[in-house]
Design a protein around this ligand. Structure first.
Ligand SMILES: Cc1cc2nc3c(=O)[nH]c(=O)nc-3n(C[C@H](O)[C@H](O)[C@H](O)COP(=O)(O)OP(=O)(O)OC[C@H]3O[C@@H](n4cnc5c(N)ncnc54)[C@H](O)[C@@H]3O)c2cc1C
Length: 499
């Protein structure tokens, strides 16, 4: 028997986006913060940093230009401008309240990352930016806000005729509120080779689509070029791009630098480098990061250093084995620049959202920034919505989604690779056919299978290569597709029936 709880706002997640959203909410609001395992989020693992154009020779305008270039010009330009300008304000505000950024004589230290023409990546304790950013956010919100923490997994979204009306958790809690902010992270755990935690599987996309929400840019799955290449791990540990920003290069087993066809070479955007790595690997070559010239490695990257030592690698002497790996999802649930979806009462922020800020490819260190900026904006936006109705008067209609936890293995082993780094019509179609054979009807798709189907379909429909989406049967960008992609329930169902 479900127990009812009544709140003004329900926030789902415990990464940077969820916490920033809580930060944006008014202090009078009664907030339910619902999160599966609070330690399992990408934010905690974020190493390299957070991009802010505060350097002497830098400006938000240059940051915008680099973000658009990496996103291959299908970004939502307004969202990018907000990111680059409001981002500085938000990061400095948080750092003023609870300092977390590394400084040198009071000046914020900045480093370079792939695709950034200027050094603009601020960081915390060298390579623990996510952890310390998160801690600062937790300090701010626990001091200022009225929060109840639920250690539960959200299984269903509640709705009534007015829109979203709360959530139901795996522990039978029925949390009723007129506003829900989802910050459930990316979909990396649908893939076998990934850097993200196991619980990020896009399990709520199916329900949101069935409630009338839209998905955007689902085909754009980012691969990181330098994950640590070790066989035993389920999640590949990351070797931050900032290591290359400090001078490391990618070499083959004979210590020869790889040939990168891009003016920024070993700091080229992630899609370019990840594909270059794939080309070498498909010829049987093993690749490595050569960081031996970085004399300050143990102090500049203490977390990565400790990790490498655990695997018996000494970066001052040894080459570091690397491979490319799924890392980030540019797509997700479509929102405006306030995090608002087209479903009344539902906001989505962080990696789960598709504001269009990243376009076809995210620039490194723009994600934590996105979480802070758009999370905070969503919190502010919710404030105007919550006092219209007392939550105890809401009578939600229960929506039950079938959960099938065993399918994740099947999706990782048999399906998601077809939506990998190199795609083509034949492999994408084959993967969709397999899903159709296994599940028969569209409505039988378990949540994770639904999400990967939407990635496969969006990848199939984009008959060009752009940013992170590379089709070997359409290797060039095509102006006909110079726009974001959109999927809704009708389109997803029609293609399922007609393919
Ligand atoms: C190894 C690694 C390094 C990275 N380094 C950087 C970096 O240096 N700079 C940068 O900008 N970005 C980096 N990124 C990307 C960035 O960390 C993420 O995009 C960002 O942290 C996402 O934040 P989020 O709040 O949206 O989601 P997350 O931080 O992933 O949090 C999602 C939360 O939702 C919860 N959740 C999910 N589903 C449910 C459910 N059904 N019910 C309840 N709770 C649920 C999870 O438990 C989790 O707490 C990195 C990512 C990884 C994996």
């Amino acid at each position: 028997m479900a127990k009812n709880y009544f709140y003004d706002i329900t926030v789902v997640g415990a990464g940077a986006a969820a916490l920033a959203a809580v930060w944006g909410c008014v202090k009078e609001a009664k907030i339910a913060l619902v999160t599966g395992n609070p330690a399992k989020n990408s934010t905690y693992f974020a190493q390299g940093g957070i991009a802010i154009a505060t350097g002497k020779d830098d400006s938000p305008k240059l940051h915008v230009e680099d973000t658009l270039e990496a996103g291959r010009y299908i970004n939502n330009k307004r969202a990018v401008e907000i990111l680059a300008t409001e981002g500085i304000k938000r990061v400095l505000q948080l750092d003023r309240y609870y300092p977390f950024l590394d400084r040198d004589n009071g000046i914020i230290k900045l480093t370079k990352e792939g695709g950034h023409r200027k050094a603009r990546v601020a960081h915390a304790k060298g390579d623990r930016t996510g952890k310390f950013l998160r801690e600062s956010l937790i300090k701010v919100i626990t001091k200022e806000k009225n929060i109840t923490l639920f250690h539960s997994q959200v299984e269903s979204i509640l709705a009534d005729e007015k829109g979203v009306a709360g959530v139901i958790t795996d522990r039978g809690e029925k949390i009723i509120s007129r506003a829900v902010i989802l910050a459930t992270g990316g979909i990396g755990a649908l893939f076998k080779k990934r850097t993200s935690p196991n619980n990020l599987q896009g399990t709520l996309y199916s329900q949101i689509t069935k409630l009338g929400g839209n998905l955007s840019d689902m085909e754009f799955v980012q691969f990181h070029p330098t994950a640590l290449n070790i066989k035993s791990a389920t999640r590949l540990p990351l070797i931050s791009e900032a290591v290359r920003g400090e001078g490391a290069i990618i070499v083959n087993a004979k210590e020869k630098p790889i040939n990168v066809k891009h003016p920024m070479r070993h700091l080229a955007p992630r899609d370019v480098l990840a594909r270059t790595i794939w080309e070498y690997e498909s010829k049987g070559e093993k690749l490595f990061l050569d960081a031996r010239k970085i004399k300050t490695f143990p102090t500049r990257f203490p977390f990565i250093y400790a990790l490498l030592r655990k695997f018996g690698i000494d970066p001052s002497k040894d080459l570091i084995p690397i491979t490319s790996s799924v890392h980030y999802h540019m797509g997700g649930i479509e929102t405006d620049e306030e995090g608002k979806t087209n479903i009344p009462g539902l906001w989505v922020v962080g990696e789960a959202a598709a504001t269009g800020v990243h376009g076809a490819n995210r620039l490194g260190s723009n994600s934590l920034l996105e979480c802070l900026v758009f999370g905070f904006r969503a919190g502010k936006s919710v404030n105007t919505h919550i006092y219209n109705e007392t939550s105890s008067k809401i009578k939600p209609t229960y929506i039950k989604e079938k959960q099938n936890r065993h399918d994740i293995r099947y999706i990782r082993e048999e399906i998601s690779n077809s939506a990998g780094l190199i795609r083509d019509k034949e492999t994408l179609l084959k993967a969709i056919e397999k899903l159709k054979r296994k599940y028969r009807s569209f409505y039988n798709l378990p949540p994770q299978a639904f999400t990967i189907y939407s990635v496969l379909l969006a990848a199939l429909l984009r008959e060009e290569s752009r940013g992170a989406h590379f089709r070997k049967d359409y290797t060039e960008e095509n102006d006909k597709f110079k726009t974001r992609s959109h999927l809704n329930l009708k389109k997803l169902k029609e293609w399922w029936n007609n393919l």
